[in-house]
Write a protein that binds this ligand. Structure first.
Ligand code: SF4
Length: 206
């Protein structure tokens, strides 16, 4: 691939990621009954079979998404600890997890189904990462790398420089000046040839 095309491709990929990143508000989808604690409940919906056991034992904490046929946490600690424990134990696929509260928003964000890109009559529907825990780790790692690159003023992960970001206001002004000088230089050249061809004199009487 040509260097300039490769650079544009990398740039568009990075912008897609920025879009994804900017979609993540940092807030989770579940609310809290009381103050935020160190741990939270998370349902790995990829493994949920929609049996409703958790909702049966702890209906203020878990809810069913009937469109997707899976359960999720609606309110953290909506029920007493005993009910939550029974709900977790009754889950036949062990897909209800204790996670750290700090990682909950990203997990809930990644677990949310997203429309799949359709190609003609193929595709469509929705998708989410098969392993949401691995996806969250990878996302955090990439986010950290990008922030480090940005704080060091480097380009993207492939070393291609984002031209829009790399150009400072002073450089942009210098580029505009250079362009103007080039255009003026061209006009003056044509004008001087024109003068030579048609024998123009000047005001000093040459
Ligand atoms: S008990 Fe487990 S498998 Fe059944 S609906 Fe709840 S989370 Fe899903």
């Amino acid at each position: 691939m040509r260097d300039d095309l490769r650079r544009r491709y990398d740039l568009s990929n990075d912008r897609k990621k920025e879009g994804f990143e900017s979609n993540f508000s940092g807030l989770g989808s579940s609310s809290w009954n009381g103050p935020v604690g160190p741990h939270a409940l998370f349902v790995d919906e990829n493994k949920c079979i929609g049996c409703r056991e958790c909702v049966h034992y702890a209906s203020k904490t878990f809810t069913m998404d009937d469109a997707l046929g899976t359960a999720r946490v609606r309110v953290q600690f909506g029920d007493d600890e005993k009910s939550i424990e029974v709900a977790m134990e009754s889950c036949p696929t062990d897909c209800i997890h204790w996670v750290e509260s700090g990682e909950l928003p990203l997990l809930e964000f990644l677990a949310r189904p997203r429309p799949k890109e359709a190609h003609g009559i193929f595709g469509g529907g929705w998708e989410r990462p098969r392993d949401v825990f691995a996806a969250a780790k990878l996302y955090q790692k990439q986010l950290k790398q990008r922030r480090e690159q940005q704080s060091h003023g480097h380009g993207n992960r492939n070393g291609a420089v984002d031209e829009a970001e790399a150009e400072t206001p002073a450089q942009a002004e210098a580029r505009r000046d250079a362009g103007l000088k080039l255009r003026m230089g061209g006009i003056l050249l044509v004008w001087s040839r024109f003068r030579e061809m048609f024998g123009f004199g000047n005001n000093s009487g040459e």
